[in-house]
Design a protein around this ligand. Structure first.
Ligand SMILES: [Zn+2]
Ligand SMILES: [Zn+2]
Length: 310
């Protein structure tokens, strides 16, 4: 019978192929938590006195972030609250919002729920049925979600916004942008954002080095409530293809995602220096006042065209 490499207990719940390590439930939880806290310390993602906004969807990734960052809150090192965006996706989002609320309540954390409907007058479902629609669901969703999270974080005086990007997400983003030649996007990928405007709150990715499989195992081991449903608008197909390719490669090359990430982090300063693109002067959107590189920010531009005004 397999026994835990750390404590000798049984049963083992994970065999990490990359390191050969086998861990029991308690040692796995401890190891995953320590990995995340180490990432936070090493990259100075969170420091004493920060007010952290966790972007909480109710999915496994953001629930893991909330659970671990909350340990810093419990030790009175930081202030913490959660933001959940209700995009308005029938048969899918309601469940996620309920689970997010349940998690926040269980930990006694302030929770803000903000909907596309409240801020932009339309649910994502309505946007998808709109005749003036020019983009796919993920484009509208990304732009509106970022706008709302940034606005709410500033209203609540948050100093950091923590998101649930895991190792698989980051590897996909790196490869996808590389394969598409989007060097400008590539230079923006990182563990911590460097905002060009002080109206943007710094974004951090505490679980960036945790593989998706281990995130799933973590929430199961900790018996946390999450929703595992996939968004009906799903992921953009190219990202999906890259994701499948990386997962297939990982079966025989278990360290490939981690080495892609680490390699990228090493060359990033050089690419940034060489390709940081044109310096855009950020002003404020004439309509909503949020940072924008044109007269209107992208969210206001989208909202306007969906109202048939453009
Ligand atoms: Zn153990
Ligand atoms: Zn605007």
């Amino acid at each position: 019978m397999k026994t835990c490499t750390k404590c000798g207990a049984t049963p083992v719940i994970i065999h990490r192929k990359a390191s050969g390590q086998m861990l029991c439930k308690d040692c796995f939880i401890e190891s995953a938590t320590e990995k995340v806290l180490k990432n936070i310390r090493r990259n100075k993602l969170i420091e004493r006195g920060d007010k952290v906004a966790v972007a909480l969807s109710g999915g496994k990734d953001s629930v893991m972030v909330l659970d671990i960052v909350n340990s810093l809150h419990e030790r009175n090192i930081i202030d913490l609250f959660a933001i959940t965006i209700d995009e308005g996706i029938g048969g899918y989002r309601k469940h996620g919002v309920e689970i997010a609320a349940k998690n926040a309540k269980k930990l006694g954390i302030d929770h803000r729920i903000a909907s596309f409907k409240d801020y932009f007058g339309k649910t994502l479902d309505e946007i998808m049925h709109n005749e003036s629609r020019q983009h796919g669901a993920c484009t509208y969703c990304g732009v509106f979600r970022r706008w709302i999270i940034n606005r709410v974080a500033r209203e609540e005086n948050a100093t950091k916004i923590a998101t649930g990007h895991n190792l698989d997400d980051e590897t996909e983003a790196i490869l996808m942008n590389y394969l598409e030649g989007n060097i400008d996007n590539l230079t923006r990928i990182g563990v911590k954002s460097e905002p060009k405007n002080d109206k943007f709150t710094i974004k951090i990715k505490p679980i960036r080095e945790i593989p998706e499989k281990e995130v799933a195992l973590y929430v199961i081991a900790r018996e946390l409530d999450v929703h595992f449903d996939e968004c009906p608008y799903s992921r953009e197909s190219f990202r999906g293809e890259v994701g499948r390719f990386v997962k297939e490669l990982s079966a025989n090359h278990p360290t490939i995602m981690y080495s892609t990430l680490k390699g990228f982090d090493k060359i990033k300063p050089a690419i940034k220096k060489e390709f940081s693109g044109k310096k855009v002067n950020m002003g404020n959107c004439i309509q909503c006042g949020e940072p924008a590189s044109h007269e209107l920010c992208r969210a206001c531009l989208f909202a306007k065209s969906l109202n048939g005004e453009q």
